[in-house]
Ligand binder design. Structure first.
Ligand SMILES: [Zn+2]
Ligand SMILES: [Zn+2]
Length: 278
C-alpha cells in the first residue's frame, strides 16, 4: 500500500514560512492500493488531495478518528462530496447520545457552513464504528477507542503486504505509566499498534510542554518513542505537530531524540507531502 501525508499539523493550520518544510495543514492521510483509496481524517490537508491526480472517481472511503475541528475542517471542501457520480462512505466513531449524522450535521449547517448534508450531491453513506472490524476493497480495517477527549478511535489497516496503524490524537499515558504495565493488553491502542510495519502517532509536545498540558489528549515525542518500542513497530512516524513548532525546532528535536534513543526504534518526523511505500 502507498501512504501520502497531506496534513501532519495538530490543532490549527499554519502558513508561516517557518513551518513550510514540515507543512502547516491539519490531519489528512491518503492510503491507496489496488486502485482503492482510503482518506484518513479530513483536516485542511484534504485540499492537497483535491488537487492530486490520484484522486479517484467512483467510491472513496473517509475514515474519521474523531470530530475535532482539525480533523474535519476540510470535509466540506472535499470535491467528491459534490460529484453525483461519486459514492462517498464516511466512517466515524459512535457517540454516547447523538448519531454520527447528527454530530457531523453541526458542521454541515449554518453558521459554521452554508451547505447542509442534504445539499451534498454524491451518494453519501455513513457508518458508525466502535471496536469494529470491516473490509474495504483490499483493506482489512480494525478500529478501537483510544484515550482522547470525546469518542475517538485509531485504525489498523492491513492488506496482503503490510500493516499501517494510524493514531494521530492519543494520550496513552493518562492515568497510568505504560512502562509499568504488566499486561500490555491494557495499553490504549495496543490492539491497533502491535507489531505494525508503520505507526503514524501523535507526538505533539516536548516533554516540558506535556507537563503543562496533561489531559489535553496528546502525547510527548519521548512517550511516543517508548510507545513504538513497547508495540515493537517496525517504523514510527511522529505526527500532529504543535502549530507553534517551527521547522528549525522540529529539526533540532529530531536530532536530540536520535541521540537520546539511538536505535531504540526506527523513527522519523512526518513531513507533509511525503509518500511512503509499505
Ligand atoms: Zn487533532
Ligand atoms: Zn483531537
Amino acid at each position: 500500500m502507498n501512504i501520502t501525508l497531506w496534513g501532519v499539523r495538530g490543532s490549527i493550520p499554519t502558513t508561516s514560512p517557518d513551518t513550510a518544510a514540515y507543512g502547516g495543514n491539519t490531519s489528512c492521510v491518503e492510503v491507496d492500493a489496488d486502485d482503492w483509496m482510503l482518506v484518513l481524517d479530513a483536516g485542511t490537508g484534504i485540499q492537497g488531495l483535491n488537487r492530486s491526480k490520484n484522486l479517484r472517481k467512483g467510491r472513496i472511503d473517509i475514515l474519521l478518528t474523531h470530530l475535532h475541528i482539525d480533523h474535519i475542517q476540510g470535509l466540506g471542501f472535499f470535491q467528491p462530496l459534490f460529484d453525483p457520480e461519486a459514492e462517498v462512505h464516511i466512517w466515524g466513531p459512535a457517540g454516547n447520545s447523538q448519531s454520527l449524522r447528527a454530530r457531523l450535521g453541526r458542521y454541515f449547517s449554518p453558521p459554521l457552513f452554508p451547505v447542509y448534508f442534504r445539499n451534498l450531491t454524491c451518494n453519501l453513506i455513513l457508518h458508525e464504528i466502535e471496536k469494529s472490524e470491516f473490509t474495504i476493497g483490499p483493506f482489512s480495517v480494525s478500529s478501537d477507542y483510544v484515550i482522547h477527549p470525546g469518542p475517538t478511535v485509531g485504525f489498523r489497516i492491513q492488506n496482503q503486504d503490510s500493516v499501517f496503524t494510524y493514531i494521530p490524537d492519543h494520550e496513552f499515558v493518562l492515568g497510568s505509566n505504560p512502562l509499568k504495565l504488566k499486561d500490555l493488553r491494557w495499553l490504549s491502542g495496543r490492539t491497533l499498534a502491535d507489531g505494525a510495519d508503520l505507526l503514524l502517532h501523535d507526538a505533539q509536545y516536548t516533554t516540558d510542554e506535556y507537563q503543562k498540558k496533561q489531559g489535553w489528549g496528546h502525547s510527548s515525542m519521548d512517550d511516543t518513542i517508548h510507545y513504538g518500542k513497547l508495540n515493537q513497530v517496525k517504523k514510527l512516524l511522529l505526527t500532529h505537530h504543535d502549530p507553534m513548532h517551527s521547522d528549525e525546532q522540529l529539526n533540532l528535536l529530531k536530532t536530540q531524540l536520535r541521540e537520546k534513543y539511538n536505535s531504540a526504534v526506527d523513527f522519523d518526523i512526518a513531513v507533509e507531502g511525503s509518500r511512503i511505500e509499505l
